[in-house]
Design a protein around this ligand. Structure first.
Ligand code: HEC
Length: 161
């Protein structure tokens, strides 16, 4: 049988499609989970809701947290957050985020990817942060606030548990 030269671009196209599709699906799943679990408070695409919950589309926050970004995000999802914080020049005082530990770890991972990668274009080592969390690391709200305000890192705190 003779091979038709015209097939090469087509098979390349399908190979590319098979590669890209799972990534797109994963991002869409993350967006759907975010809408289900986070949007009521944090607003569409995490823009925040004045007087209710701070923005999660906040490049300044994730830049400041740097390599702690995924740990911080997962720890807040796991244990919630309370205490005054300031985000993009707005104070959030007397508000409490309830723990979201009812969300399955693989779903939390997808939400974390959506928030960090899709909404903020940030790179983050989500898988290793998730492993540390599943291994039983839980961080106090005070520790989380100190980390978010640049007063201490989270990595050693997780590693020592
Ligand atoms: C019932 C409302 C509510 C829901 C649902 C909720 N949050 Fe929150 N979230 C808050 C509030 C309120 C704060 C601020 C707490 C504070 O002031 O200490 C917060 C804070 C945060 C922070 C810290 C932001 C910062 O600037 O440091 C992150 C990260 C976060 N939430 C992620 C999530 C994610 C992801 C979800 C969905 C899985 C979610 N939240 C669901 C109310 C909520």
């Amino acid at each position: 049988m003779r091979k038709k030269p015209g097939n090469a671009p087509a098979s390349l196209f399908f190979a590319l499609l098979l590669f890209v599709m799972p990534m797109t699906l994963r991002a869409e799943e993350g967006a759907a989970l975010f809408r289900q679990y986070c949007m009521a408070c944090h607003g569409e695409q995490g823009v925040g809701t004045a007087g209710l919950a701070p923005p999660l589309q906040n490049a300044e926050l994730w830049d400041a947290l740097g390599e702690d970004s995924a740990r911080y995000l997962l720890a807040v999802m796991n244990g919630g957050l309370s205490g005054a914080i300031r985000a993009q020049g707005v104070d959030y005082i007397g508000l409490v985020m309830p723990p979201q530990a009812h969300i399955k770890p693989e779903e939390r991972e997808k939400i974390a990817r959506y928030v960090l990668e899709t909404l903020n274009g940030a790179q983050a080592n989500i898988a290793s942060a998730l492993e540390a969390e599943i291994a039983g690391a839980s961080l106090s709200h005070k520790t989380l606030r100190l980390a978010r305000n640049g007063k201490s890192g989270l990595s050693h705190k997780v590693a020592h548990r």
